[in-house]
Design a protein around this ligand. Structure first.
Ligand code: FE2
Length: 273
């Protein structure tokens, strides 16, 4: 089983780098479509769009519709739950009576659970008791298959970058951490939000952060030939070893997507925002 994780595309329609963000999102999907073997699923861990607007989501939905593998989306702090749900209304996993966009996908050798850590109007995340209770119920539903969890905000201390904690309160993050460790069934936690690669642990569970797709927002140092290439993660599941993560730079493998990506980018769009 292979999962492609992308995050933080921050699509806009009216910033100076708007076209570039759209192109980087499109090139990433093309790169994933060219993978051999193909992934079983694509998960977008949030901040799909930058302002939560319907027209931004229409653009995002059109780009994700080109994906060959089934895709799953969850909200980040820049997303709007109602507009996200409306844009992806064909995705049955989003149909829920809950206020939160939490769901479990049962179609794969490992179970996938997506958790909504959005607190509207805030950059930091939140996780409620109601959500923790449902997570515990999902974990208890099935005793056999291991579980991978996806969140926007990393539920662990991130030791790179200016902020170490990405939740509104320590209590909120502790609530999530406690639920994640129930019965030892969750074998990996995959997050976004930080815009740079990071790794840590939730108890003994390995956890990681994928860099952002929008390269104008990316943090950290990259060699010059990689500065305009989005980075995403491929998580390969092995029943014995668990998940092994590979970091992929879009267009570095000589795919069609890569050739397109070698086209020069207008200097005006290279300014970092
Ligand atoms: Fe974020």
């Amino acid at each position: 089983m292979i999962i492609a994780q992308i995050s933080d595309t921050h699509l806009t329609l009216d910033t100076p780098d708007a076209e570039r963000r759209i192109r980087e999102f499109a090139l990433t999907i093309a790169d994933i479509n060219a993978l051999d073997p193909p992934p079983d699923a694509i998960v977008h861990t949030g901040d799909i769009v930058h302002n939560g607007r319907r027209d931004e989501y229409a653009q995002a939905a059109a780009l994700l519709a080109k994906a060959h593998a089934p895709f799953y989306v969850l909200p980040g702090n820049k997303d709007d739950r109602a507009n996200l749900r409306a844009a992806f209304s064909k995705q049955s996993y989003l149909a829920s009576n809950s206020e939160f966009i939490d769901y479990a996908i049962e179609d794969h050798p490992a179970r996938l659970i997506a958790l909504d850590t959005l607190k509207p109007g805030r950059n930091r995340g939140e996780f409620s008791r109601e959500q923790a209770q449902r997570l515990v119920e999902w974990i208890d539903t099935e005793p056999d298959r291991p579980i991978a969890v996806f969140t926007h905000h990393p539920p662990f201390e991130v030791t790179v970058g200016p902020d170490r904690f990405h939740f509104e309160t320590a209590e909120s993050m502790a609530l999530l951490q406690q639920a994640l460790q129930r019965r030892g069934r969750i074998v990996a936690v995959f997050s976004g939000h930080v815009h740079r690669a990071a790794a840590g642990r939730v108890g003994t569970i390995p956890a990681s952060v994928v860099p952002c797709i929008a390269t104008t927002l990316r943090k950290g140092e990259y060699p010059s030939r990689m500065q305009t290439r989005p980075v995403y993660h491929l998580h390969r599941f092995d029943p014995v070893w668990g998940f092994v993560t590979e970091s992929r730079a879009v267009g570095m493998q000589g795919s069609t997507a890569g050739e397109q990506n070698n086209a020069p980018i207008p200097a005006a769009s290279l300014a970092h925002g």
